[in-house]
Design a protein around this ligand. Structure first.
Ligand code: ATP
Ligand code: MG
Length: 210
């Protein structure tokens, strides 16, 4: 069973790392793969290049032996659609392995805007975590019925099948976002407690987010 954390990682922060660590402990993933989006389909193009965002992910996970970076979205042209990554992961890993896509409530609430969203659960499970402030978000009817059809509270059922389930997992998520970090760096506020020092050094060295 593996966990996947897709994101823009603009930049990666302790909220991402904490999410991956906690869910790895709870669900006993063999590995967690971080997949940076090269060209996010639903966001403005990041000013920081995909290569630099991926470099920061690499730096952030260097001390985690079971965390890996997966750069397949950097190697494709066009928008970085999750469905394409899942299909290529399936080719690599086979049909049987359990693939758990880790996702915050905010991103999951908009899942029905993703390219070919109806097919995603054919290839993975979703493990959804609440982020601070996500209580304000509501689910639309499409997400509501997707959850109704696929939700499980049984961790083992994620292990015993390759795809198709939604688990909503309570973790104490950290109140950190890349948006806030970008603003704080631009206004020269302190970001030392929200991301690893290696990332702060990288950002300074490359003069990002100024
Ligand atoms: P931005 O503010 O630019 O959107 P972000 O902090 O939301 O950045 P993303 O790269 O968009 O980071 O997030 C990737 C995934 O990680 C998403 O599923 C998101 O919900 C989740 N995530 C991000 N930050 C946290 C956090 N602090 N706690 C739990 N999940 C998080
Ligand atoms: Mg986000």
């Amino acid at each position: 069973m593996i966990g996947i954390l897709g994101g823009t990682f603009n930049p990666i922060h302790n909220g991402h790392l904490h999410l991956a660590e906690r869910l790895q402990q709870t669900l006993a993933f063999e590995t967690v793969r971080f997949i940076p989006a090269a060209i996010p389909a639903l966001k403005d193009m990041p000013k920081v290049s995909a290569k630099q965002r991926a470099d920061m992910v690499k730096l952030a996970i260097v001390d985690h032996p079971t965390f890996e970076i997966d750069t397949r979205e950097l190697e494709r042209a066009g928008p970085s659609y999750t469905i394409d990554s899942l299909i290529s992961l399936r080719k690599e890993l086979g049909d049987k392995v359990s693939i758990c896509w880790l996702i915050g409530f905010d991103a999951f609430a908009r899942l029905n805007t993703w390219h070919r969203w109806n097919e995603l659960l054919d290839h993975c499970h979703f493990v959804v975590v609440k982020r601070p402030h996500s209580e304000d978000l509501t689910w639309n009817a499409e997400i509501e019925s997707l959850v109704e059809l696929h939700q499980t509270n049984n961790l083992n059922s994620l292990k015993n099948s390759g795809s198709g389930k939604i688990l909503i997992q309570e973790i104490a998520a950290l109140d950190i976002s890349s948006t806030e970090i970008r603003k704080n760096i631009a206004s020269k506020s302190n970001v030392s407690d929200v991301m690893p020092s290696s990332i702060i050094n990288y950002i300074q060295q490359h003069q990002l987010y100024q």
